[in-house]
Design a protein around this ligand. Structure first.
Ligand code: GRF
Length: 192
């Protein structure tokens, strides 16, 4: 039986696409669905291209109401892992607790972030690091808790900033590293 994974994403979806592409070659892992809170998100089109089911569960006045709908989908599809890929909502402790009960494991939600956490959490991390003229930044793969990019680190890799490197060039290299680290991790689930 394949391990069933859900990807949560709010935007463009390049990480989600890299994961879906890798999953095609994996025999013991499958992307069961992509969930977005944004009806127009680019990730939805990317998922359709791979024939992956999509769901949109928008933000509601009451966070718990939105999370209840998401939990119902996770239960219905017997999801074992959640991969966040540019999902712009924090998951509540209650949500994470309920998902941990469902899977019997409290370390089944992961995220990829384009900085050397704890430096530059939140949005626009690459631009902020670039504007600070840091000598290096990188990518962090981590477990998810209820904080903003605060969960336990799984793996971190560095990317130096070239003296004459432009922001777009640096962004391309950091995103490529994200895709590599996230798909490596997905592949590693084959053996778990
Ligand atoms: C990525 O940089 C990811 O690390 C961050 O949000 C961005 C999403 O990009 N959490 P994409 O939608 O995967 O292209």
């Amino acid at each position: 039986m394949k391990k069933r994974i859900a990807i949560f994403a709010s935007g463009n979806g390049s990480n989600a696409e890299a994961l879906m592409k890798r999953a095609v070659d994996l025999s013991r892992v499958e992307i069961s669905f992509v969930l977005s809170d944004q009806p127009g998100a680019g990730v939805l089109t990317r998922a359709e291209k791979f024939g992956v089911k999509t769901y949109v569960v928008p933000k509601e006045a009451l966070k718990a109401a939105q999370e209840k709908k998401v939990l119902a989908l996770l239960e219905e599809h017997k999801i074992e892992w959640i991969f966040l890929a540019g999902y712009m909502r924090l998951l509540s402790a209650d949500f994470l607790g309920k998902f941990a009960e469902m899977t019997g494991d409290s370390s089944r939600v992961v995220n990829i972030h384009p900085s050397l956490l704890p430096a530059y959490p939140g949005i626009d991390s690459i631009v902020r690091a670039y504007n600070d003229r840091v000598g290096e930044s990188g990518v962090t793969l981590h477990f998810v808790d209820e904080g903003m990019d605060t969960g336990k680190m799984i793996r971190q890799e560095r990317v130096t900033l070239g003296v004459n490197e432009s922001l777009p060039e640096w962004q391309v290299r950091i995103h490529a590293l994200e895709h590599q680290m996230y798909t490596d991790f997905l592949s590693s689930l084959e053996g778990k």
